[in-house]
Design a protein. Structure first.
Length: 272
């Protein structure tokens, strides 16, 4: 498989993470962004307090391209952002969990399936180099939902989400199928859990989980963490505030936000 460039700096210890704290790493794009208020309570339900969430996500986010985004905002590629230097290296932390999702975005930017899978493989390797105990969940692209897509609806979504793309419906279906097969093989080779999206999660929009299905969808993504969910009475309070990435560009101007960008009680969210 194609190998991607390594980060320039080695991973460093992040101070302030308490003993036996819970840690979740969430990598993705618009599905994480849209589901955030419903996702965070699910994360808090499954990990010991204090809960530390490290995330790289955002509308139109790419894993490997330098800068991508939606409307006037841009974010660095997930493999190029600061999350890899920020992950805490603490020996007595509870076994962390990581979700790698929304890989299909890079197909919309013209990347080939084998290059996208190389990005997924690189993410898995970096997570395992950080903490070999990391429980990793990989999601497959929503192939079945895409097959329900007609030409007019495809052109509408392409013009909104990927306005510079000239991919045809047939081409994107073929690339998604190839990506799905390669990701399934990667999961087998790397011994990571892989989740097939339920086509019932999607409506007219074939790539974004419907709001009413988000809790169910992310519950399935979190289930492989093998942690008995806590009851509501024993859960820490979860802030529904959306995190702001450490580095982002708005209308071409760089903006920086100190991390964690969200801190509420026993929950801290570090966004990159």
């Amino acid at each position: 498989m194609t190998k991607l460039p390594q980060p320039d700096a080695d991973l460093t210890t992040t101070p302030g993470v308490g003993s036996q704290s819970g840690c979740a790493v969430l990598l993705g794009a618009s599905n994480l962004k849209l589901a955030w208020p419903r996702l965070i309570p699910l994360v808090c339900q499954r990990f010991p307090s204090p809960v530390h969430v490290y995330t790289a996500h955002g509308m139109g986010r790419s894993y490997m391209l330098e800068r991508t985004g939606f409307a006037v905002g841009r974010l660095p590629g997930i493999l190029r952002c600061g999350i890899w230097d920020a992950l805490p290296c603490i020996s007595n932390m509870a076994a962390p969990y990581a979700l790698i999702t929304d890989l299909g975005n890079d197909l919309g930017y013209g990347c080939e399936p084998q290059v996208v899978v190389a990005a997924a493989e690189e993410s898995v390797q970096r997570l395992r180099n950080w903490d070999p105990r990391c429980r990793i969940v990989l999601t497959r692209p929503p192939v079945q939902a895409l097959h329900r897509l007609g030409r007019l609806r495809f052109l509408m979504f392409r013009s909104v989400l990927f306005p510079f793309s000239r991919l045809t419906l047939e081409e994107i279906l073929q690339k998604c199928q190839e990506l799905d097969e390669r990701l399934t093989l990667l999961a087998e080779q790397q011994t990571v859990h892989i989740l097939r999206p339920n086509p019932e999660w999607y409506g007219l929009d074939p790539i974004h989980v419907r709001r009413r299905c988000q809790r169910r969808a992310f519950t399935e993504m979190l289930d492989p963490c093998d942690v008995q969910p806590r009851t509501e009475s024993h859960m820490p309070r979860a802030s529904h505030s959306r995190p702001t990435a450490e580095v982002r560009w708005v209308l071409g101007t760089e903006r920086r936000t100190q991390q964690p960008s969200v801190r509420s009680g026993e929950i801290s969210v570090f966004a990159y």
